[in-house]
Design a protein around this ligand. Structure first.
Ligand SMILES: [Zn+2]
Length: 242
């Protein structure tokens, strides 16, 4: 399946989120524009240097697109295996591995075991950000992933499940942003807690990703977009205090 090269939803996402109001969209647009404008300062001062920081993201508004020549590798996950291989910039691999460790730690706390698989919607794709056609998407550098959720295998028989965990969750199950992000009842509420705890910790780990977009950002109701652009944008929680 060639989905890693297919256009993947990201900053550009073409599927509008029906819950997103125009006001919210305008605010997001303003925040993104401001963050992009502040980019050189951020890259130079606030963050340790990243190998792709000096590559210009400016591109002609239309016409054939030439994507920068970066070293891409096929990655399948180190701490959590990916359901499909991820084609990414070689320097992005360690960021993904660190993210997997965050997910595994939260999963062990809640479900008594790490996820068996990570499900993503795409990594490398040579394209513009469609809302900002004079800018290259981080996907065009193999510097982004669209993360949909995780699968869990049956819990090992020799290890007790965490106290209070419903017995049924000792069996295999999957967690997806699209299905569980807003859940408030039953097992699904636990999955929402997992996703939200994972997102909060990932936002706190400024050494991993700089841009984290999720359900509160237009077009991202079903995935987290995570990248290492030369600017920082965090827009994941509908209620920013959540
Ligand atoms: Zn994306």
């Amino acid at each position: 399946m060639g989905f890693t090269n297919a256009p993947a939803p990201g900053l550009h996402a073409s599927v509008p989120d029906p819950r997103t109001t125009t006001r919210r969209r305008l605010l997001a647009l303003a925040a993104t524009t401001a963050a992009i404008a502040a980019a050189p300062r951020l890259a130079a001062a606030a963050e340790p240097h990243y190998p792709l920081d000096d590559i210009s993201r400016r591109v002609p508004r239309r016409g054939p697109l030439r994507c920068p020549d970066v070293e891409l590798v096929n990655y399948r996950g180190k701490h959590i295996r990916y359901t499909g291989l991820a084609r990414v910039f070689v320097g992005f691999v360690e960021r993904l591995a660190a993210m997997e460790q965050v997910a595994a730690a939260v999963a062990v706390e809640i479900y008594g075991r790490p996820p068996s698989r990570l499900q993503h919607m795409g990594t490398y794709a040579c394209r513009r950000i469609s809302a900002y056609p004079t800018w290259l998407s981080e996907h065009a550098l193999g510097n982004a992933i669209d993360l949909e959720g995780f699968n869990f295998a049956r819990a090992p028989r020799d290890k007790p499940l965490p106290e209070g965990l419903p017995k049924a969750l000792g069996g295999p199950f999957s967690i997806r942003l699209a299905r569980h992000w807003k859940s408030k009842q039953g097992y699904a509420a636990l999955h929402a807690r997992f996703l939200r705890t994972f997102a909060r910790r990932l936002i706190g780990r400024k050494d991993i990703f700089r841009v984290l977009l999720g359900p509160s950002y237009a077009g991202h109701h079903n995935h987290f977009h995570l990248d290492v652009a030369p600017w920082r944008i965090v827009d994941v929680f509908e209620d920013q205090t959540a």
